[in-house]
Design a protein around this ligand. Structure first.
Ligand code: KG4
Ligand code: ZN
Length: 344
């Protein structure tokens, strides 16, 4: 059963065609350059850009998947969490298309999409599917969460952020260092040339890991002071400061994850979200998995880490099998929808 999936939750206009776990196409149009000069996503700019591009993205996803409307059985759309007016564009389009082509609708939680992105395959075989129960680390621009997946559709959030998400913190640090937006990947690149022990920065929530909370505000403030102190910046200083910040930001994730693993025994760790593309994070997670006799399961492509609609299609495939369709009249945006809520 082919699904057309749409995601407009933030600054990527995305559409995909999936069939079960198989990704037939995964198209996105990034607005990053339009938000760059503001150093963050501007809602009205995002809404306009989504509206202008959604048609092209949907048509291209169908074309690349060599799929006609006749073959599509369901339209899936991200209902939340995300930017309200941006979500609204995808939802309106999904409703319009469902009505026009007489298709069923499924609403999908964006964080569930990131959590299940490691299930997506190119072949659809599902041979390498993560073993349940497993843990999912969702690390993105808006979310830092460790989720226990007992069954698909049954989630318990074990750790979450109390202020910034890791991606947001990396973006802000990158901005302080004069790197571009979004800065996570640029910071990673700079950090490879730097010495992570050159400067002192605090490890977030040190000694309070039992609270199972992520917090980046203290680290961010300390970084701001340090950067001010080190000005004027040289390329080497930027590399060393970037490496120091990234090290502490990732160390925080490692510490919380290790705490979770004391009480939660699982065989697999899956990761998703933009920050899951970070090679240093992957290396550290691999070590934790080795030490705990676990396997690290990654999305098969970097294009499945950041925002995309293929992950929304994969989630919708599971929901379709459970008969979880929604009437267009009650489908609405849910900007604060949590993964462990039904979201009606
Ligand atoms: O999943 P995503 O595209 O959007 C949200 O749902 O938030 O994640 C975007 C975030 C940004 O903060 C970006 O800087 C970060 O992911 N990111 C990275 C890397 N690539 C993207 N952070 C660290 N290292 C990377 N290689
Ligand atoms: Zn996302």
């Amino acid at each position: 059963m082919k699904i057309l999936a749409i995601d407009t939750s933030c600054d990527e206009t995305a559409a995909a065609v999936t069939e079960g776990l198989k990704v037939l196409s995964n198209v996105m149009w990034s607005q990053a350059s339009e938000h760059a000069k503001w150093g963050g996503v501007v809602p009205s700019v995002a809404q306009r850009a989504h509206s202008e591009r959604i048609e092209w993205v949907v048509n291209t996803a169908l074309k690349r998947a060599r799929t006609t409307w006749e073959d599509v059985k369901v339209i899936a759309v991200t209902a939340g969490p995300g930017l309200g007016i941006a979500l609204g564009v995808g939802i309106a389009k999904a409703k319009e298309l469902a009505l026009k082509h007489d298709k069923k609708l499924i609403k999908v939680n964006h964080v569930e999409g990131h959590a299940l992105s490691a299930w997506a395959t190119t072949s659809g075989s599902g041979n390498e599917k993560p073993l349940l129960p497993c843990l999912a680390l969702v690390a993105s621009g808006k979310h830092s969460e460790i989720i226990l997946i007992e069954r698909i559709g049954e989630y318990t959030v074990l750790a979450k952020t109390i202020d910034d998400a890791i991606g947001e913190a990396l973006d802000k640090a990158a901005r302080m260092l004069g790197l571009g937006y979004p800065g996570g990947a640029l910071l990673e690149k700079m950090a490879r040339k730097g010495n992570q022990k050159k400067y002192e920065l605090p490890t977030p929530m040190l000694g309070q890991e039992n609270r199972l909370e992520f917090s980046y505000s203290g680290l961010k403030t300390a970084m701001w002071r340090l950067v001010e102190q080190e000005k004027p910046l040289t390329p080497q200083k930027v590399a060393d400061l970037g490496a120091t910040f990234q090290n502490k930001a990732l160390m925080h994730i490692e510490k919380i994850l290790k705490k979770v693993l004391v009480t939660t025994q699982v065989k697999d760790l899956v990761i998703g979200g933009g920050v899951a593309a970070n090679l240093e994070l992957r290396k550290r997670l691999r070590k934790i998995c080795r030490d705990n006799n676990m396997k690290l399961r990654l999305p098969y492509s970097m294009k499945l880490c950041g925002d995309n609609a293929a992950m929304i299609g994969v989630v919708a495939g599971f929901k379709a099998a459970r008969g979880e369709f929604i009437m267009p009249e009650i489908l609405d945006r849910l900007p604060r929808w949590k993964i462990d809520e039904v979201g009606e």
